[in-house]
Design a protein around this ligand. Structure first.
Ligand SMILES: [Fe+2]
Ligand SMILES: [Fe+2]
Length: 289
């Protein structure tokens, strides 16, 4: 079973940010490239994964066109590959996006859960693997979006614990996916300015619940850098993986666009690979940090 993981693709167009109030978004749009994203998605599809996980921030600022375009690109490049999609904080940037359900409108077919659920979490059951997607990106009316921290609700954590006891999950390798990181990487935590204004406020509680269930792998986004932590969760060492942004246009390999390929065999994580865009070779290649 091969799982591909891409995140923080931040699809956006400069022409949507021409008003004086929103002009600072143009610099953010320019940090990402649709062309690079397409090359990564094509490379990803060529590896024929069994399942794709997209861990949020599919848009710049929750514009309806950004949702539609990101869904269109995923469909165009990945066809009918089974996919799990969850929202990031940038997908909850505008009240109208939440009230009118832009995320659900664009990604609806991928939001159907194999276990009964009303919204998140959602569960996708595959050959020997269960993927549970959590929503860690609340919308808080009246609070500037840039100040809204990540949080996984107790209701979602309760459902995750219930599901973990079900026979459908008993013999499956359990992957839990969310947008926000549980902890910073060692490199990021040593940085003078880790640029982390919106962390997961109940990360310790999420780790506590993960320690109570037989989780085998945690996937996340939000950090635009590749990282891997091996956390002790309930006495078990669990890999926590983030590939970094899947569309970042930056010549530095540690910042360049990436995605992950994770091979799961006989109930264990047999291989972890990251693929990176090399702007000098104009090609996607293996990443060796
Ligand atoms: Fe992001
Ligand atoms: Fe984010």
């Amino acid at each position: 079973m091969l799982v591909a993981h891409i995140t923080d693709i931040h699809v956006g167009r400069e022409e949507d940010y021409r008003s004086p109030e929103e002009v600072e978004w143009i610099a953010r749009v320019r940090k990402h490239s649709i062309e690079i994203l397409k090359r990564l998605l094509e490379d990803l599809a060529a590896h024929a994964p069994d399942h794709v996980v997209v861990t949020g921030d599919l848009t710049q600022s929750s514009l309806r066109e950004e949702f539609r375009e990101s869904a269109r690109l995923l469909r165009q490049c990945l066809g009918d590959l089974p996919m799990t999609v969850l929202p990031g904080n940038h997908d909850r940037w505008r009240a109208e996006a939440v009230e009118e359900g832009f995320f659900e409108e664009s990604f609806g077919p991928w939001l159907r859960s194999d276990l009964p659920s009303d919204g998140f979490p959602i569960c996708h059951l595959a050959d020997g693997v269960a993927i549970v997607a959590l929503d860690s990106s609340p919308f808080v009316p009246g609070l500037p979006p840039a100040e809204v921290c990540g949080e996984v609700s107790e209701a979602q954590l309760g459902r995750l614990r219930e599901w973990a006891r079900l026979p459908e999950l008993a013999d499956r390798f359990l992957v839990v996916a969310l947008h926000h990181h549980l902890r910073l990487s060692e490199v990021d935590s040593r940085a003078a300015d880790p640029k982390d204004p919106t962390p997961l406020v109940n990360a310790a509680r999420v780790e506590e619940v993960l320690g109570e269930i037989p989780v085998d792998l945690v996937l996340h986004g939000h950090r635009h850098r590749q990282m891997r932590l091996d956390l002790d969760l309930g006495g078990k060492t669990v890999p926590v993986l983030c590939p970094g942004s899947g569309s970042r246009a930056d010549p530095r390999s540690e910042r360049a666009a990436k995605y992950g390929l994770y091979r799961i065999e006989d109930g264990r994580l047999a291989e972890v690979r990251f693929r990176v865009w090399n702007p000098f070779a104009e090609a996607v290649e293996d990443y060796h940090p």
